[in-house]
Design a protein around this ligand. Structure first.
Ligand code: IMP
Ligand code: MG
Length: 199
């Protein structure tokens, strides 16, 4: 562990938690065929692992959103950059997100989805940074409560990098990472030994 970064959620714990969530969703949606919608790009890693733990005839779809400026200034208004391929009318929708932070993006997305007449809309988020919530939001399926620090890995990026880090890292010194964006290279797949040995 360094003073810049530490592992907050290990890959084994992430895997176990996703198995549990998958079993719960399988039970809750018995006899139905939900559509799991991931918000690109962060949620795609979680979605890929989650669907292989859900024993239902589900389908998946993707949506890409772009915020007008930062979260606060945009007040959650987002532009749809890529829309769904399928009609969600009368479908059971599960929105799969990597992390819910202010909740502004997701609450906007939910209102868009609900306007299309689905049978139901629920949220499944791997991480819940509830300390930063601005828009109240019900998260039906939650992986972990997330500390109020910048996190990277397992789909979450720093400047579009490190989505392929298998563990989730907490960045305690963001200016140091901005100064040297290569600092997290030892956490990439297959580099674990150099982390363990402190190198
Ligand atoms: P919000 O809930 O509208 O504030 O936005 C949530 C989105 O911001 C997430 O889907 C992530 O893409 C991104 N995000 C929020 N917190 C973090 C973080 O700690 N690390 C990386 N991305 C984050
Ligand atoms: Mg995201």
């Amino acid at each position: 562990m360094s003073d810049v970064v530490s592992v907050v959620f290990r890959r084994e714990d992430i895997r176990r938690r996703i198995e549990e969530i998958g079993r719960t969703i399988t039970g809750d949606y018995e006899g139905r065929a939900p559509v799991l919608i991931s918000v690109l790009k962060g949620g795609s890693v979680f979605l890929g692992d989650l669907i292989r733990e859900v024993s239902l005839p589900l389908s998946i779809d993707y949506m890409a959103l772009s915020r007008y400026g930062g979260a606060a200034e945009s007040m959650g208004r987002v532009r749809i950059v890529k829309d769904l391929d399928q009609d969600i009318g009368d479908r059971d929708v599960i929105v799969v997100e990597d992390i819910v932070d202010t909740g502004l993006t997701l609450s906007y997305l939910i209102s868009v989805l609900e306007s299309r007449g689905p049978a139901s809309v629920e949220v499944c988020a791997l991480l819940d940074k509830s300390a930063r919530r601005i828009a109240p939001l019900e998260i039906r399926y939650r992986g972990f409560e997330c500390p109020d620090v910048f996190v990277v890995g397992y789909g979450l990026d720093f400047q579009e990098r490190y989505r392929n880090v298998p563990d989730i890292l907490a960045v305690h010194n963001l200016p140091a990472l901005v100064e040297d964006p290569d600092l997290l290279l030892p956490y990439l797949p297959g580099e674990e030994r150099s982390v363990a040995s402190g190198g």
